[in-house]
Ligand binder design. Structure first.
Ligand SMILES: *[C@@H]1O[C@H](CO)[C@@H](O)[C@H](O)[C@H]1NC(C)=O
Ligand SMILES: *[C@@H]1O[C@H](CO)[C@@H](O)[C@H](O)[C@H]1NC(C)=O
Ligand SMILES: *[C@@H]1O[C@H](CO)[C@@H](O)[C@H](O)[C@H]1NC(C)=O
Ligand SMILES: *[C@@H]1O[C@H](CO)[C@@H](O)[C@H](O)[C@H]1NC(C)=O
Ligand SMILES: *[C@@H]1O[C@H](CO)[C@@H](O)[C@H](O)[C@H]1NC(C)=O
Ligand SMILES: *[C@@H]1O[C@H](CO)[C@@H](O)[C@H](O)[C@H]1NC(C)=O
Length: 460
């Protein structure tokens, strides 16, 4: 069966580390007071899935007795539409990324909304060290204490978790021949793609890897240039996250925002009534991100709360997720930032006492086809992240949505969705349907399969 790949990166990519880059002094903020559950999920909350825990091995790659420690890994499951093991009905798995899995599950409508069509089981698995899937007895203070414990936080361990859990779940459900389709967005999308590369036997009859990536691009530069050196981190958070979540409908992924928030921000910056008053323009723009609801009485520039449990990303960005980014400020509202590996390395050294391994990820998973390095430019297109822009083969398909935003296609449908988005989802459903029917075809014609097929569908 043909899985697919996607490639783009989650927003925490470099921001937690920004604090030790000379040019960008401040880190990202998570103003928890502003973040309320999505409207759509508020009504559906607790009804979208059941929560389960699986006893997971701490270290999959070491037989030293200490490595036999286990932890409780959380996963969420919805079997309402599942066609059942007898029919080998498909299993759709979201490979969790760096945050609380409930947050992703409540923002990833695509899996539930396509479940009736595919009669699929929907499973969201939480990434180790995030949310409630914390090793060391669930104690974050221990798990995050130093490199001895954080050493178990890696993508390879996470993928091994997913493989173990899926195999066990299929066994428990007597569904060993159900096809598994893996989804992810952002870092979760990378995991989904890598999962297909590393664990193709969880799908057995596949002959080529497949890929499907929605690359979203966003942010038109406002006419008036603003130097954002002042209040930098706070503003940068607002600009960057707004660009990243420049969805075509009102949303509340990181903060409540109107449809096309970048346009709204540009309107604030270009507001003729603010004339040449840069401060007023900055305030107007920040107000879109931090105060769209109009209910915030005071901005707390020191708010470093982390309501979605994203904190472990600093460790990942210090070990294997080394993704250089840089850009100038000639015609961008972003301040110049020069990528400096030494900066990153010395910051990592001082925080965790470790050296990054910048080449490990490409050594482990390859990377040539994705051109994953050096593609992010903050110049003209501040948030065009890494992504697959071309069809790599017949089954590794890239769907490029010029108007897209960070994994917008995975979000819940809305009556205001534009045609292009509906069209992207239709194409994706068609591709998944083709994988599944190819799988059933191969299953009928194959006598030597051990596990059933899985595919990977991931997006940025
Ligand atoms: C599964 O999701 C649907 C929404 O798509 C919801 O109506 C249903 O209650 C959920 N089922 C479970 C078991 O959570
Ligand atoms: C690291 O943290 C663990 C757990 O809190 C602790 O037992 C250990 O002594 C620490 N190691 C170092 C080198 O600080
Ligand atoms: C499968 O069943 C066993 C026995 O009940 C249980 O311990 C395990 O957690 C289950 N696996 C999953 C993935 O839920
Ligand atoms: C803004 O600055 C420009 C150039 O410095 C000047 O030509 C223009 O008159 C100023 N506009 C206002 C409203 O002060
Ligand atoms: C938030 O927006 C409201 C309504 O526009 C405004 O009255 C309030 O002053 C704003 N809050 C801040 C901190 O600027
Ligand atoms: C890749 O192929 C699919 C269908 O074969 C097509 O819809 C899509 O536009 C192609 N993508 C690119 C980037 O050319």
């Amino acid at each position: 069966m043909s899985p697919s790949l996607c490639f783009s990166f989650f927003f925490l990519l470099q921001f937690p580390l920004i604090s030790f880059s000379k040019t960008t002094p401040a880190g990202a903020r998570f103003p928890s007071s502003l973040i309320t559950p999505e409207k759509v999920s508020a009504s559906a909350q607790n009804k979208l899935y059941r929560t389960k825990y699986f006893t997971q091995i701490l270290d999959h790659f070491n037989f030293y007795p200490k490595s036999y420690q286990t932890f409780q890994q959380r996963y969420l499951i919805n079997d309402t539409f599942w066609g059942g093991a007898k029919n080998n009905a498909p299993i759709f798995v979201y490979t969790g990324n760096e945050g609380n899995i409930e947050w992703f599950a409540q923002n990833t409508g695509f899996l539930y909304e396509t479940a009736p069509h595919f009669k699929s089981l929907v499973v969201f698995i939480e990434h180790r060290f995030y949310g409630k899937s914390i090793p060391y007895g669930g104690k974050k203070s221990v798990a995050y204490s130093n490199a001895t414990t954080l050493g178990y936080l890696s993508s390879t361990q996470a993928l091994a978790d997913y493989a173990s859990l899926i195999i066990d779940l299929k066994k428990n459900l007597s569904a060993t021949e159900s096809p598994v389709v893996v989804f992810g967005g952002s870092y979760g999308g990378m995991l989904a793609a890598w999962f297909r590369l590393k664990y193709p036997h969880i799908e057995d009859t596949a002959d080529q890897p497949g890929g499907l990536e929605l690359l979203r691009k966003s942010f038109k530069i406002c006419k008036n240039y603003i130097s954002a050196d002042y209040l930098e981190g706070w503003l940068q958070t607002a600009y960057t996250y707004t660009a990243m979540t420049d969805y075509p409908t009102p949303s509340n992924f990181l903060s409540p925002l109107p449809a096309f928030p970048v346009k709204k921000m540009c309107e604030a910056i270009d507001d003729p009534t603010t004339g040449n008053d840069t401060f007023a323009k900055l305030y107007g723009a920040a107000n879109v991100y931090y105060n769209y609801s109009g209910t915030v009485t005071c901005f707390d520039l020191d708010d470093n709360s982390d309501p979605h449990d994203l904190g472990g990303w600093s460790w990942q960005a210090c070990t294997e997720m080394i993704m250089p980014t840089s850009g100038n400020n000639e015609d961008s509202i972003f301040p110049a930032s020069d990528w400096d590996y030494k900066d990153r390395a010395s910051g990592c050294k001082s925080i965790f006492g470790i050296e990054p391994r910048p080449l490990w990820i490409t050594t482990e998973f390859g990377g040539h086809i994705w051109k994953q390095y050096y593609l992010l430019q903050w110049l003209k297109r501040p948030l065009e992240w890494w992504g697959v822009l071309k069809n790599i083969s017949k089954s590794i398909v890239a769907i490029v949505a010029k108007e897209g935003a960070h994994h917008v296609d995975l979000r819940f449908k809305s009556s205001e969705d534009p045609e292009w988005l509906k069209d992207v989802r239709k194409q994706e459903i068609k591709i998944i349907a083709e994988w599944i029917s190819q799988y059933y075809h191969d299953l009928l014609n194959s006598f030597d399969h051990i596990y059933s097929e899985s595919s990977v569908l991931c997006r940025g």
